[in-house]
Write a protein of this length. Sequence first.
Length: 276
Amino acid sequence: MSSEVLTTAATGMPDLEAALRGLASAPTLLVASDFDGALAEFTTDPSDSGPAPGAMTALRALSRLPGTTVAIVSGRDVRTLGQLAGIRSTDRIALLGSHGAESSVSGVVNGSIDADQRTLLDELTTQVAELIQDHPGARLERKRAAVAVHTRGLPAGSAKAALEAADQLGQDQPQVRVMPGKSVVELSVSHADKGSALRALADVVGAAHTFYSGDDVTDEDAFEVLDPEGDVSVKVGSGTTAATHRVPDVTALVATLQRLLELRRDVVDEAAVRRP
Ligand SMILES: [Mg+2]
């Protein structure tokens, strides 16, 4: 891909190509991304989701380069995320699930919820089940530490009403964390967020620099923990963001990861040549 495509002058954001060049030579690098809406196109049925062409190939290749850790970070639970992303037993790709409450790498997060949180989650799930009765077409998803209301595919008015009702249900309960997304509101009993989990993973694997991309409100937690000088954060799509860069869509993000791979491979090859 040409550097022109990655130049984001029109958005008023700094040149992504230059940022990737800087990152490619970092001795230790964490490359992490949100899944849905970033590595995978949205589908009407969230269980039909799968990675966009080229996405996993680029991530797998990055994960095999020296000093490079790759992670996928999602609101989905680790098990579902692994299945949808098509993670193989030979892959060296870390998974952070349930918005950072769960990790496939030990020592990153404490994913358990206590008895009080369990009781709260059970009550919340009952309330959400009642709520969706009033909003035909809205779907309930049970998660390990949360319950979500999905409205993808619904007429705009019905979707808005269902999401507002779910949001209000969560706002009324101070122990519940409300996480709005695209056509989804998630009500969580966990205090985890993608930013804390990303930081913890970077510490555990010893990565001094991080690349992170995502499209959702919950990805802002991750963008905010990154250093705008030494890290690169990429918002996928429109909307206000704390990210340093932006790409228009999933296809452009895959191209960005392929470009990062290309640049980092060059750095690794050069280092190999210089080595006595
Ligand atoms: Mg997303």
